[in-house]
Design a protein around this ligand. Sequence first.
Ligand SMILES: NC(=O)c1ccc[n+]([C@@H]2O[C@H](COP(=O)([O-])OP(=O)(O)OC[C@H]3O[C@@H](n4cnc5c(N)ncnc54)[C@H](O)[C@@H]3O)[C@@H](O)[C@H]2O)c1
Length: 356
Amino acid sequence: MRRVDVTAGGRTYGVVIGSGALGCDEFPPLSARADGTGFIVSRRVMELQGIRIAGLVERSVSPHIFPMDDGEDQKSYHHAEEYFNLLLKSGFSRKSLLVGVGGGVVGDFTGYCAAGYMRGIGLVHIPTTLLAMVDSSIGGKTAVNIEAGKNIVGAFHQPALVIADVDFLRTLPWEEMKNGMAETVKHAFIGEGRLLDLLRSHDPTTVRGADVMEELIYLSAGFKASVVGKDERESGLRAILNFGHTVGHAIESFLNFRGISHGEAVARGMKAELEISRRLGLIKGDEAALCREIVSRYGLAEEEMRLDVEGVLEHMKFDKKNYGGSLRFALLRGIGDPVFDQEVKPGLLREVLQIL
Ligand SMILES: NC(=O)c1ccc[n+]([C@@H]2O[C@H](COP(=O)([O-])OP(=O)(O)OC[C@H]3O[C@@H](n4cnc5c(N)ncnc54)[C@H](O)[C@@H]3O)[C@@H](O)[C@H]2O)c1
């Protein structure tokens, strides 16, 4: 079992990583043993791995299970209000604890409920997808969707504990794993050299082995934790985590989040932003080529995609990082050497976005 510490929001919490991590004695966290434990659990995960979750429930104080359907539409502001009512009717107090068991959808939603209920109660994340283990459960960003946009309403609310038990990943299809792989590849490009070495020495068949996966999550989650520890609120450095996401989000949003997974969109975004970095004289050609090879090695953005450039550019204008009418990017000066808040002119974007 491995452990990463995250220091944010004025305190430090642990991310316990490994096979069997669900049994760790840090659960339930000391700060939250007082009064009622609400498990918001993905129905799908409950179907597939309910027995393992039952063991955790047994070790909790006054447990309640609230099953949650999966899907982005469930992570909504209206749905959160239903849960607030449900929590109050079930007797939850300011000293209660919420535990989210599922992918990023369940995690973001549970986090938002914990941040809002009675102005904030204890939270534990039990991520069950790779994306949630290496990315969404770490750093305290919580959010729900409203009709006008995704992740528009939210709060920073750090958990008391994160348990990333790699055994959950045994039932996760590779197509879902790829969403987490895209974020892991990003962490390797923007600063975690050991992760880059790991990704170069494996492929989609070997990377799923429990030991390799444990190491990959440890390095990837550890990298995210180190960035968040330096800049919790994204006033500067945390923006490097947006590498690949400015273009990626614009593609997803232009396609109305249909027909393309988040990982595919981010992978295409990374390809575009690597090319922008190269054309601006930042990253060298051979380093950019190595990055592209790693993206394809894990089955991401393999086939070329022709985009409606003007449509994607239109969606990019809504990116939260822009200001003063200019488009702002996190780019690479080299592998492991990111820069953020870089202006990119629409002319260059038009050229790069033609085919990705
Ligand atoms: N808060 C943050 O910092 C942050 C960062 C990145 C992404 N996100 C959010 O994360 C969400 C995406 O998360 P995701 O990629 O985990 O998707 P997800 O939560 O939708 O889960 C993907 C699918 O996998 C299934 N699943 C989950 N665990 C499983 C398991 N162990 N075995 C089999 N199936 C399993 C789910 O039922 C679901 O159908 C988005 O809403 C995104 O906005 C948040």
